[in-house]
Design a protein around this ligand. Structure first.
Ligand SMILES: CC(C)(COP(=O)(O)OP(=O)(O)OC[C@H]1O[C@@H](n2cnc3c(N)ncnc32)[C@H](O)[C@@H]1OP(=O)(O)O)[C@@H](O)C(=O)NCCC(=O)NCCS
Length: 336
């Protein structure tokens, strides 16, 4: 399997990729700044190589670590890949500041490139002096770039301790992909709306899990069994971006084969979310993860800690489409 893109710049001896056509390096955004300066976001072009390398060399070791999960500076291959991203099904944007005398400096870079997952993988860095707003601004421009190129979702590998980056993706209602460990999270953001969609990589059943924090205890087992798992962190600080909680259909739930809800015990918002899924997506079975021992009367309840049984049950639920069969696993027939 191909390595995640964030590690690819660290590999030695990769082939040199073709560079982008300079004619295809349009400007995306322009802002007039105080003291006669201008900020421009545009697609990277081959002549940016030295400025890009200089920009990365100036970053603090912690920023390099957050970007690459190693303190080693990326090698030339990394920069060649950035500049070739548009030709390889991705994109690379740079932020340039133009001084009144016409001199320029590069203060940010964001890219998305094909990698091991179904969606392109994104990376972003903003110079320390420019943080506080530019991250969000550049991130939005990157999502626009990806959407314009036909990508519905982007993925990112983020250190669990990288709060600014997690804030950026969370603001776009990120969902977590499959099995996340506690040090690195793999998130997906939608490029068109606040909610991602399933990228059709042919893997089914698609299991959408609503679980506090987005960490589902059965994710690894489910992935090993060939299920595709996306996890939403459920109600909480970002409730405003959850369509189901606003009585609207959620594109992820609508296209899922089963929704698993692992509610917080005695939490009214979680109970509302559970009912919202059943009401807004009537064709999609909703099952309760028994681990949190919430009230599940009249609903399918997953066994608490038997992961294999969970996977088997999800597959049965999916096979009985609509969950209306007479089997004991069907919605409405399984009681606690
Ligand atoms: C990630 C990065 C691009 C964000 O850029 P930024 O300009 O700092 O972005 P913002 O200022 O808009 O901050 C983003 C969010 O993080 C929050 N934030 C910033 N610093 C924070 C901190 N120390 N602790 C917690 N949250 C923080 C902001 O409040 C904001 O949250 P909000 O949208 O809910 O208000 C920038 O921090 C960076 O370049 N980091 C180093 C490289 C990196 O980590 N890349 C990501 C790996 S792909």
């Amino acid at each position: 399997m191909e390595a995640p893109a964030y590690r690819q710049g660290q590999k030695e001896g990769c082939r040199q990729a073709p560079v982008s056509d300079p004619e295809l390096a349009p400007e995306r955004r322009r802002e007039e700044l105080p003291r006669g300066r201008t900020l421009v976001v545009r697609e990277a072009r081959p002549t940016d190589l030295a400025a890009l390398q200089g920009f990365y060399r100036e970053l603090e070791p912690e920023d390099i670590y957050r970007r690459f999960f190693t303190s080693r500076m990326p090698d030339d291959t990394f920069f060649e890949r950035l500049l070739a991203a548009s030709d390889q099904g991705g994109g690379c944007l740079v932020v340039e500041v133009i001084e009144p005398d016409g001199s320029t400096s590069l203060v940010g870079e964001a890219d998305h490139q094909p990698a091991s997952g179904a969606a392109n993988e994104l990376g972003i860095v903003v110079g320390e002096d420019w943080r506080g707003w530019l991250g969000r601004y550049l991130f939005d421009a990157l999502l626009e770039d990806a959407a314009a190129k036909g990508h519905d979702d982007l993925e990112a590998y983020i250190l669990a301790s990288n709060r600014p980056m997690l804030s950026l993706t969370r603001a776009h209602h990120h969902v977590l992909v499959g099995d996340n460990d506690w040090s690195v999270v793999r998130v997906v953001v939608g490029t068109h709306s606040d909610t991602p969609v399933w990228v059709d990589d042919g893997v089914r059943p698609r299991v959408l899990v609503e679980v506090p924090g987005g960490h589902w205890h059965a994710a690894a087992e489910a992935e090993r069994a060939g299920l595709r798992v996306l996890a939403c962190p459920g109600p909480g600080a970002r409730s405003e971006t959850c369509p189901a909680l606003h009585g609207e259909a959620c594109p992820l739930a609508e296209e899922a084969d089963v929704v698993v809800v692992s509610p917080r015990q005695n939490d009214a918002e979680w109970a509302t979310l559970l009912e919202a899924h059943e009401r807004c997506h009537p064709g999609v079975p909703v099952v309760i993860d028994g681990r949190n021992r919430a009230t599940v009367q009249g609903r399918v309840k997953l066994p608490a800690d038997d992961h294999e049984a969970i996977v088997a049950l999800i597959e049965t639920v999916e096979a009985t489409s609509g969950c209306q069969s007479e089997e004991s696993t069907s919605k409405g027939s399984a009681h606690e």
